[in-house]
Design a protein around this ligand. Structure first.
Ligand SMILES: C[S@@+](CC[C@H](N)C(=O)[O-])C[C@H]1O[C@@H](n2cnc3c(N)ncnc32)[C@H](O)[C@@H]1O
Length: 463
């Protein structure tokens, strides 16, 4: 996250600073997906390069590193392949970072990103993690586009990696499920025309989300797609727009609208204090379904087994989403406390856990609260022996790591941390000196990108 902000700040500074030109060899892929080479010890980050490339670059030096752009590939790496998406080359689409690398090179890049980041930020040495992979294309069950108002109508698309203020018109996306792409192609004329009107505003986000996991669906033709429109102040024409959209494509199951800056009040179930404010980022409420359902199933199995290694009787499932793991643990006879801040997610978790809990897991329950507030206020009889953490990209609040470190938690035997951002995982590990990494495994949830999902199993002991 911080690296993303850093890159944007670098980008705007770079546009004002003079460039130098040099030839360099790319050694590795850094977190974020840029290739890195060295010039007299100075690390130069160059997007869209491959380990082994010899490139001529124009670069700008910042405090402790430099950022470059390729002028010419002098000797291409053997790991290079021709990207299959026209937007990757023609529009420099920022959605994928590694389409120009073959599958093996992508796998190595993601494994090393995790290992290097944990060493650099977390100050821990871990073995090079294995990566569980499945399909490389058409895997995304969600597609989020930016809509920009034009003099007449709207343009909808994604941002170039080197110009986040610009939006190019998206025609296709090879990592999104074909049903999403096909619904988007049907919707484009309606959006371009701007009638019926979209919400009142200049910039909107449009999310397309498969209602059902493609695994479970008989065929792509049977899939339906929910639309989530975000931004603007209000949407007087929502009803007529919805009618027009569904007439254009009957696969659209519904249209949800959230004006700019959604904020949800979180009920303090403990002491009835004034509700805390919880602002779901990037509409986390609608993100319960994993982006890549096939790999998500492998990940859930791994997490379930990892929890089992601690022979738990009482588990906290923190950042529980809609409660799939909590319900599975309760079905296995484990008493679970699921904590989820989003009221819609928590409500869905309540339904699942109620059905699953019986016998030894009958005391299972769901708390709609912030994890950083709920954990420190657990009573002594409620303390878990195992904790699952599955936070959003920003990682866990410092109060959570403080709680995991506290002496009072000595009954706690294991932590299973699921992370979609190696940098925040590494930061959180650096705050957990009394926990050692017992196992680490990566999941290829986002092929063609530099993103990777990591599960880190922690047990008590010197690091
Ligand atoms: C990465 S998702 C994980 C969801 C779920 N465990 C799963 O596997 O699908 C993170 C979840 O944490 C919730 N969340 C974010 N910040 C939170 C906080 N501070 N306290 C409690 N829940 C939070 C989000 O609403 C979201 O459901």
């Amino acid at each position: 996250m911080s690296r993303g902000r850093g890159r944007n700040a670098d980008r705007s500074r770079s546009s004002r600073l003079p460039e130098s030109v040099a030839t360099l060899t790319i050694d590795r892929i850094a977190a974020g997906g840029d290739g890195v080479g060295r010039l007299d010890g100075l690390a130069v980050f160059v997007p869209r390069t491959a380990p082994g490339d010899v490139v001529q670059v124009a670069y700008v030096t910042h405090a402790r590193h430099a950022r470059g752009r390729v002028l010419q590939v002098l000797t291409p790496s053997a790991a290079r392949v021709e990207p299959i998406c026209v937007h990757y080359t023609q529009d420099r689409c920022g959605g994928c970072q590694l389409q120009h690398l073959n599958a093996d090179a992508q796998t190595e890049a993601r494994r090393h990103i995790v290992q290097d980041t944990v060493a650099r930020i977390g100050k821990r040495d871990i073995p090079l993690p294995a990566l569980v992979s499945d399909v490389a294309w058409g895997y995304r069950s969600r597609l989020t586009l930016t809509l920009l108002r034009r003099s007449a109508g709207w343009v909808g698309g994604l941002h170039p990696h080197d110009d986040p203020a610009r939006v190019f018109a998206l025609e296709t996306c090879h990592i999104a499920h074909p049903a999403l792409v096909s619904v988007w192609q049907t919707l484009r004329p309606l959006i371009r025309k701007g009638s019926p009107a979209l919400p009142v505003g200049e910039t909107l986000r449009l999310g397309l989300r498969l209602d059902e996991s493609p695994e479970g669906a008989e065929a792509t033709a049977a899939l339906t797609v929910a639309l989530v429109v975000e931004g603007g102040t209000h949407w007087p024409d929502q009803e007529s727009w919805t009618v027009a959209a569904r007439a254009a494509d009957p696969r659209i199951s519904g249209v949800w609208y959230t004006p700019t800056a959604p904020t949800t009040a979180v009920r303090d179930t403990k002491n009835d204090a004034a509700p805390a404010e919880y602002a779901p980022q990037a509409r986390e409420a609608l993100a319960f379904a994993q982006v890549n359902p096939v790999v998500a199933t492998a990940l859930r199995d791994y997490v379930f087994d990892a929890v089992g290694t601690f022979a738990p009787t009482r588990v906290v499932d923190a950042y529980a989403g809609s409660g799939a793991l909590a319900a599975r643990l309760a079905t296995a006879g484990i008493s679970v406390l699921a904590i989820e801040a989003d009221p819609a997610g928590a409500a869905s978790a309540v339904e699942k856990v109620q059905v699953a809990a019986s016998g030894p897991s009958a005391s299972s329950r769901v708390l709609c609260d912030l994890v950083e507030r709920a954990l420190p206020s657990l009573g002594s009889g409620e303390r878990p022996d195992t904790v699952v953490l599955n936070p959003p990209r920003r990682g866990v609040h410092a109060d959570v790591t403080t709680w995991l470190e506290a002496d009072a938690q000595h009954g706690l035997r294991g932590v299973v941390y699921i992370s979609c951002d190696p940098a925040t995982l590494a930061r959180d590990l650096s705050r957990l000196p009394s926990w050692q990494v017992a196992a680490v495994q990566c999941f290829d949830m986002f092929p063609q990108t530099a993103h990777v999902e990591t599960v880190c199993v922690l047990q008590r002991g010197p690091r």
